[in-house]
Design a protein around this ligand. Structure first.
Ligand code: COA
Length: 168
């Protein structure tokens, strides 16, 4: 059973560990496989604290932080936002935690923030993530072909979205 709590400054060292793990960072961001540093992550957190259009949370096993989930680019007019998830600790993959966490953040986006549409972009070859999003009811909105270069080849991105059924 996981716990999800507010993302805090004390979690920054975990960013560095997780986002330097190639099993995680090969699927994240505009520059796949990009390494990070304590300095970069401190800067990210300082910007995050000032931002009004983002909400991030730490996924924990008891008190141990194991990953990060968040909503960004919250658009109060369109009521849309982008989702992010990364389980940073290898031995927590494939245990249903991604699914439980996504159910939680979707509920938060639709029922707390009252959003209408939640979106994400996923590397087409990220089989666990694509399977997870399909199983949660995300639909495919498009494919951006051969967008991201990583270790000698290009990867395509799938644009996926889920809609709040209680809104017209
Ligand atoms: C993608 C990620 C969040 C999935 O979380 P998870 O806890 O590992 O996945 P779950 O155990 O909840 O399983 C989710 C689905 O993927 C499937 N799955 C999990 N691991 C798999 C694997 N190695 N191969 C194929 N399918 C797999 C499960 O069967 C499940 O499908 P189902 O709902 O149809 O049963 C997690 O692996 C992760 O953080 N990866 C690194 C960062 C990343 O890729 N983030 C997403 C960027 S868009």
């Amino acid at each position: 059973m996981i716990q999800i709590r507010k993302h805090e400054r004390k979690d920054i060292p975990f960013h560095v560990k997780w986002f330097n793990n190639f099993k995680v960072n090969k699927y994240l961001g505009d520059k796949l496989g990009e390494k990070t540093s304590l300095k970069k992550e401190k800067k990210w957190f300082s910007n995050y604290e000032l931002a009004k259009n983002k909400k991030f949370f730490t996924i924990c096993d008891k008190s141990k932080p194991i990953g990060l989930v968040g909503i960004s680019n919250i658009n109060p007019i369109n009521k849309t936002a982008d989702l992010f998830i990364a389980i940073g600790e290898d031995n927590y993959h494939g245990k249903g935690i991604g699914k439980d966490t996504m159910l939680w953040i979707i509920d938060y986006g639709f029922n707390t923030l009252k959003l209408h549409k939640l979106k994400l972009a996923v590397i087409k070859n990220n089989i666990p993530a694509v399977r997870l999003y399909h199983s949660l009811g995300f639909i495919l909105e498009g494919e951006i072909k051969k967008e991201n270069y990583y270790q000698g080849r290009y990867y395509s991105l799938l644009l996926m979205a889920i809609f709040n059924k209680s809104k017209k």
